[in-house]
Ligand binder design. Structure first.
Ligand SMILES: Cc1cc2nc3c(=O)[nH]c(=O)nc-3n(C[C@H](O)[C@H](O)[C@H](O)COP(=O)(O)OP(=O)(O)OC[C@H]3O[C@@H](n4cnc5c(N)ncnc54)[C@H](O)[C@@H]3O)c2cc1C
Length: 554
């Protein structure tokens, strides 16, 4: 007998119909109420969006645009409203209106979170539907943001990447190719010199906004309470910080995460992670960390986006942390998970080409920019290898420039093999870039073969820099003991001299992963001696939470 698909179809997962037993369990946590035909239940831009299960009648999700609106979907009896914002607590992107009179069950966000934290069956159905619906909104560009930009502008790439990595749908208008571009510019009284222009909601126009301004306009951090003293503040929402948030929040701690950029950290910029346990076919960094982000929020962790920690007042307890907008948050324990960044090579005009020919991540957005062209990947580590393999799918040719003699010394074997077997990838050992040239956008690259000493000039417009990492610890101003490269020393790596110099105040030695300050832990790539892998970052994030409990109980 031929194999036939079983289980719910994609459409049924997106818009499931709940059983009467499931509806009864939801009703026990919420309130039943009638709805009148035409009643608006949620308006675009609303905060504190409730969740509705339709008992009778019909509600429609609509996308308003001026005086008109587009139907996204209709929910009938047994179906429910909502998408990712139900978990993140962000503002509504569309309108929800009763198209037929009837009855609904209404739950506030806290009631919904309590439901998904305790009812495994409903958690699976609701969380899956919310995440799939968000994916559909992204794929159809059904959102509350329009970005007008150009492929020649570094700010455009940054703004698009910020929205993408935050899983926020947007419609992109390319100034260089889209016929509608000029009329939209005229309508909002902006001109091409202002790009990227971001139209946020119905009428707010941002000219070349920073990531923090985008987050502000879209209300990414609106639902977050900064006034309370958290049990645990986690700095950094890469894999290590997100793992700590999932474990901490699911074990009952009240957790606040500060993230200076977008959730996902370095892993979020990986095109495909193939060695993370449980994903035999690999998973993109954005998918992996996007799931972790939703998971942490499902358990109640609060995650502030585009808000970096700028100082830890380490002499005081509870610990007091300054944020880059000037505000402060307080915590009884701290986990530092600020990771590392690629080293920027010492090239005279590097910053002039960043985002305009020089990139530090290789994701579909960058691959699109260099489709059919020659590209260079600099670096001999796994991330450089992944980037080369990924870019080779769409670029004409990838030249890998490495300082060493062989890749095998620095890269996993599976990647070395793929590179060797790929005719589109050319390895240039003992070679380094000596100059970048161009006018506005990178046009030419000069590199030197260290064996022969020859310098070559090549017309190449795209360079991916994926060289050694620098820890993000400057903001700590040496409040915790660092090693000679700036990584944070923890646990048994702290010598008696280190502890004496830091005035360690307790009779016990620091716990594993604890820094030279009691109750301040460091995990992941930022920690001295850490193995720079997703799995180790996640492992350390979860282990540190076990010690946080001990600190909080003492
Ligand atoms: C392109 C690429 C591909 C990779 N592929 C793999 C792979 O296939 N397999 C694998 O195991 N590993 C891979 N790695 C390595 C892996 O991604 C890292 O080891 C892992 O991301 C480290 O996690 P982390 O949470 O410690 O730090 P990071 O991922 O670096 O996250 C740190 C976070 O902290 C934030 N931050 C920094 N400073 C502050 C501040 N002051 N305040 C608030 N937030 C701050 C940053 O914005 C960032 O989001 C790859 C790395 C890259 C770059």
């Amino acid at each position: 007998m031929p194999l036939a698909p079983t289980g719910p179809s994609h459409l049924e997962r997106l818009f499931p119909t709940l059983t009467s037993a499931q509806i009864a369990r939801i009703a026990a946590r919420g309130r039943r109420r009638t709805i009148a035909r035409g009643e608006v239940l949620v308006e675009a831009g609303d905060a504190d969006v409730p969740f509705f299960v339709v008992v009778s009648g019909e509600v429609q999700a609509l996308r308003p645009s001026g005086a008109t609106e587009t139907l996204i979907v209709s929910h009938g009896p047994g179906q429910f409203s909502g998408e990712a914002i139900m978990i993140t607590g962000r503002r509504a992107m569309g309108r929800l209106r009763a198209s037929e009179a009837g009855e609904v069950i209404e739950l506030g966000r806290d009631q919904l979170l309590a439901l998904v934290q305790t009812d495994a069956e409903l958690s699976e159905i609701l969380m899956r539907a919310f995440m799939l619906r968000r994916q559909e909104l992204i794929a159809h560009e059904f959102g509350d943001v329009v970005v007008i930009g150009s492929a020649h502008c570094a700010g455009t790439l940054r703004a698009k990447e910020f929205l993408t990595r935050n899983g926020h749908p947007f419609h992109y208008i390319d100034l260089d190719h889209d016929a509608e571009a000029q009329s939209v510019l005229d309508q909002f009284h902006v001109n091409a010199a202002d790009v990227p222009v971001l139209i946020c909601g119905a009428d707010v126009v941002l000219r070349n906004p920073s990531n923090a301004q985008i987050a502000e306009c879209l209300g990414f951090n609106d639902a977050i309470d900064r006034t309370r003293v958290s049990d645990l503040v986690i700095v950094g929402a890469g894999p290590a910080g997100l793992a700590a948030a999932v474990y901490g929040a699911s074990e009952g701690l009240n957790v606040l995460v500060l993230e200076s950029g977008s959730p996902g950290g370095q892993a979020g910029s990986s095109s495909r992670i193939e060695n993370y346990l449980g994903f035999p076919t690999g998973i993109s960094g954005v998918d992996l960390t996007g799931r972790a982000y939703a998971q942490a929020q499902k358990f109640g962790a609060q995650i502030m986006i585009a808000k970096g920690a700028t100082q830890l007042a380490c002499g005081r307890q509870p610990y007091d942390m300054q944020i880059d907008d000037g505000s402060r948050v307080r915590a009884r324990a701290v986990i530092i998970a600020t990771g590392a960044e690629y080293r920027r090579p010492a090239l005279a005009n590097l910053s002039q080409f960043e985002g305009a020919g020089v990139y530090y991540t290789a994701m579909p957005m960058e691959a699109q920019l260099c489709k059919g062209e020659d590209v260079i990947v600099v670096g001999g580590g796994n991330s450089a290898g992944q980037a080369a393999v990924f870019l080779a799918e769409s670029a004409k040719r990838v030249q890998m420039l490495v300082r060493g003699e062989r890749l095998a010394d620095t890269m996993s074997r599976y990647l070395v093999r793929r590179i060797e077997d790929n005719p589109a990838i050319v390895l240039k050992a003992r070679t380094q870039i000596v100059a970048l040239e161009g006018n506005g956008h990178l046009e030419r690259v000069r590199w030197r073969d260290d064996r022969a000493g020859d310098v070559e000039t090549n017309d190449i417009r795209h360079v991916f820099m994926m060289t050694g990492a620098v820890p993000n610890t400057a903001w700590l101003e040496r409040c915790v003991v660092l090693d000679d490269k700036g990584f944070i020393k923890t646990g048994p790596d702290l010598s008696q001299d280190d502890l004496a110099a830091a005035r360690w105040p307790l009779p016990r030695p620091p716990y594993l992963l604890e820094t030279s300050r009691p109750g301040v832990f460091a995990v992941g790539d930022v920690r001295a001696g850490n193995v720079k892998r997703c799995a180790s970052a996640v492992g350390e994030g979860s282990i540190a939470v076990a010690f946080v409990h001990q600190v909080l109980q003492s």
